[in-house]
Design a protein around this ligand. Sequence first.
Ligand SMILES: [Zn+2]
Length: 206
Amino acid sequence: MIADISFDGGEGIAASQSGTNLQQQQQQQLLQHHHQHQQPVTLSRYESQKRRDWNTFGQYLRNQRPPVAISQFTASHVLEFLRYLDQFGKTKVHLHGCGYFGQPEPPRPCTCPLRQAWGSLDALIGRLRAAYEENGGLPEANPFASGVIRVYLREVRESQAKARGIPYRKKKRKHRGNSNLNSSCSNTSARDAEASGSSSNRSPAQ
Ligand SMILES: [Zn+2]
């Protein structure tokens, strides 16, 4: 099983691990293809996660055939990225035909697929949306803030809540730190932090 990219459960996607000082460089090397490996700095968990996510997304774009420039991706690429990440998910989402559909705690394993939990995707999009603007993208052209992404996330949230029998608003009270059941209802607070800060006039949508 590929465990490299796996943010279900809160660890974040981590395919690319460059410790870089983006803040110093973002004004000069906005939205370019590059890996920076100098000046490791101490970042908050959120900041480093955001950076890893941004790098992973950039890598995903470069791995497309043909490669997609970071200055040219659209909301469609973001959607494909989210679907692509499902293969690394750890959250069981029952199919309609499964006898455990809607059961929060099935007595036995089933063959339904593992997916990324809605909460993980939602938090990821929040981080990427902030990273996009910090890297010079214009807020009004931010593909991560696009309506189709919002709709997709809402659909994922609702379908997972039904399939797993777990209302997405329900707070996990017990088993703190025990994540056998990857809760799909946390990690939403990161999305609105850090949305401002950098300013640049480079539009990635051109
Ligand atoms: Zn099932």
